[in-house]
Design a protein around this ligand. Structure first.
Ligand SMILES: Cc1ncc(COP(=O)(O)O)c(C=O)c1O
Length: 376
C-alpha cells in the first residue's frame, strides 16, 4: 500500500531501536532520557485528586486556569518575564511542532544548533521548511560566531534554540546568548527556545532564557514542560509563552493537532510548579550526584567523559567509531547508549562520542559502571 514519502523518510528513531535492543539483551538502558523513579509523591496525589475531582473532560484550548497561573508565576518569579500570552501544550514536543507549523512557510529556513533533538528535523520538514544546522563540536561544543552567521540567509525565519542542550549537556553562556540575541535582532528572526531542562543545571552554571535578553521578549517563544524537571516524562504537560502573535499562531495549529489533553495532569502540573523551590533544588542536586557517579564510572572504564553543566546526559569519547561501539555495547557489557552522530547532520563532527543518560537510580548507575569497567 502506498504511504507518504514524508512518513517513510522518518523511519524508526534510534531511541526506539536502542530501547528494543536493551530489552532484547536485558541491558541497562542509558540510551533514552527518562528517569527510573517517579517525581514527588504530593504531585502524584494532586493527579489522583484531579482524577477523582471531576477534572476528566476536555481542558480549554489555552489550558486549565490554575496551570496557566502557575506557569505565569514561574516565569515571573524565576526570570522576571511577563509574557503577553501563554498556551498549555501536550508536552514541549507539541509546542515545538505547533510553533514551527505556525510560523514557517514552505521554503523558509530554520537555523538550529546541531547536534539537535530529533523532533526538530521532523517538524521543520513537516512545515516544508529547510533546516540550516550550526555545528557545535566536541570537546567544548561552543557556539562560534562565524558558523552562526554563515547559516543565516535571506530566507531564514527562525532560530530554534535549546539550552540547557540535549545531547551535549551544555548550558549556553551569557556571551553566546548575547551573540544569538544580536543576530536575531539584526536579521529580524523569530527565536523558538526549548528550555525543558531549565532547572537541571549543576555547579555554577545558570540557565538564562533568551527572552530575557534585550530585544528578544517580542520575538521569542519560550517552551518548557514538567517532564524533565519533576521526573514525570510520561505526563506530557508543556507550555509555550511569548508575544501574542507567536502564541496565537501556535494555538491555531495546536487546536487541530490535539486540541487539548491531559486535563487531570494539567491540574497536577500546577501543583508541581507550586511546590517550594527547594523541591526542584532537591531533584536537581540528586541528579547532579548521579551525574558525578556516572562520570566517575565512565572515567574508570577509560571512556573520557565531558562533564556536562546541565540536562540528563553526559558524553564520552570512546576513541573509536561510536555507531559501531554502541551497536556492540549491549552484547559486550550489557549497557545501551546512543552515538552522538544520531543527532548531527554532519556525521563526522563527533563520530567517536557517545551519549549516556544519568537520570537513573544510583544502584542502576553503579551496576552500569561495573559493567562498563570490563571495557577498561
Ligand atoms: C531538548 C528536548 N526537547 C523536548 C523534549 C520533549 O519534551 P516533552 O516530553 O515535554 O514533550 C525532550 C525530551 O527528551 C528534549 O530532550
Amino acid at each position: 500500500m502506498k504511504t507518504a514519502a514524508r512518513a517513510a523518510g522518518l523511519g524508526t528513531t534510534i531511541f526506539t531501536e536502542m530501547s528494543a535492543l536493551a530489552l532484547q539483551t536485558a541491558a541497562i538502558n542509558l540510551g533514552q532520557g527518562f528517569p527510573d523513579t517517579d517525581g514527588p509523591p504530593e504531585v502524584i496525589e494532586a493527579a489522583v485528586a484531579a482524577l477523582r475531582g471531576a477534572h476528566n473532560q476536555y481542558a480549554p484550548l489555552p489550558g486549565v486556569p490554575p496551570l496557566r497561573e502557575a506557569v505565569l508565576e514561574h516565569q515571573r518569579s524565576y526570570y522576571d518575564l511577563e509574557p503577553e500570552d501563554l498556551l498549555i501544550t501536550f508536552g514541549a514536543t507539541e509546542a515545538i511542532a505547533a510553533s514551527l507549523l505556525g510560523v514557517c512557510d514552505p521554503g523558509d529556513e530554520v537555523v538550529v544548533l546541531e547536534p539537535y533533538y530529533d523532533s526538530y528535523a521532523a517538524c521543520i520538514s513537516f512545515a516544508g521548511a529547510e533546516r540550516r544546522p550550526v555545528t557545535l563540536a566536541p570537546p567544548d561544543f561552543a557556539l562560534r560566531e562565524e558558523a552562526l552567521r554563515a547559516a543565516i540567509g535571506p530566507r531564514t525565519r527562525v532560530l530554534l534554540l535549546n539550552s540547557p542542550h540535549n545531547p551535549t549537556g551544555r548550558v549556553l553562556t551569557r556571551p553566546e546568548l548575547e551573540l544569538i540575541a544580536g543576530v536575531c535582532v539584526e536579521h529580524d528572526l523569530i527565536c523558538i527556545s526549548d528550555e525543558v531542562y531549565e532547572h537541571l543545571v549543576f555547579d555554577d552554571a545558570r540557565h538564562m532564557p533568551p527572552a530575557t535578553l534585550p530585544g528578544m521578549a517580542g520575538r521569542t517563544l519560550t517552551i518548557s514542560s514538567v517532564g524533565k524537571t519533576f521526573s514525570f516524562t510520561g505526563w506530557k504537560i508543556g507550555w509555550c509563552s511569548g508575544p501574542t502573535e507567536l502564541v496565537a499562531a501556535t494555538r491555531a495549529i495546536k487546536q487541530y493537532l490535539t486540541f487539548a489533553g491531559g486535563t487531570p495532569l494539567q491540574y497536577a502540573a500546577a501543583a508541581a510548579l507550586s511546590l517550594p523551590r527547594s523541591a526542584i533544588e532537591t531533584l536537581r542536586d540528586d541528579l547532579g550526584q548521579r551525574r558525578d557517579q556516572l562520570c566517575a564510572g565512565l572515567d574508570a572504564a577509560g571512556l573520557q567523559p565531558l562533564v556536562p553543566a546541565g540536562t540528563y546526559f553526559v558524553n564520552a569519547d570512546v576513541g573509536q567509531d561510536a555507531v559501531e561501539f554502541c551497536a556492540s555495547l549491549p552484547e559486550r557489557c550489557g549497557v545501551v547508549a546512543i552515538p552522538m552522530a544520531a543527532f548531527y547532520d554532519d556525521k563526522a563532527a563527533a563520530s567517536t562520542f557517545v551519549r549516556f543518560a544519568f537520570c537513573k537510580r544510583a544502584e542502576v548507575i553503579a551496576e552500569a559502571a561495573q559493567r562498563l569497567a570490563s571495557l577498561a
